[in-house]
Ligand binder design. Sequence first.
Ligand code: CU
Length: 179
Amino acid sequence: MALTSPENRLWWKEHLHGVEIVWISIAFLWGLVMFFTMIYWHIAGEQNLSNEAYRVAPEEYGKRVEAFAEKYKVREEGTTSIPVVRPPAGGDAYMFGRLWEWWPILELQKGQSYRLHLSSMDWLHGWSLQPANINIEIHPNYEMIITIKPDQTGVFGVICNEYCGVGHSQMVGRIYVVD
Ligand SMILES: [Cu+2]
């Protein structure tokens, strides 16, 4: 009974029944199978993104994104004059999320790869690229970097998929992919 202390307190020296050994072995081996399946599927199934994460202060990240937008801006769009930024092919692209927008708009070239830096200025947001359905959680103080290579032209939407307040549903960004 569990209410009284066991006779033999050295539980790890207790005799194990054969059937217990079998169950423990099966569970352990199955755990190993699932662990290696995760690694295998990451590579073979291209299921999860390989990303890098670095610590960064939001103010500092914001300055880098603004400098990036300033340098490569090609035009402005909308009533809020949001810059459309065209980073050099093969280079770095930056975007941040904040209450309640994704900034700036990016214009990428099809077939070129980019290191896309993402972070939040204030709160937890979810960077969700549609319709490609690529999803990354965006935290303040962390800079996530994913390598992307757009394989089709078009207009892609970025929505926020982590509820972040009253403006959450209006938190829509954009990425253009051109030839
Ligand atoms: Cu959000």
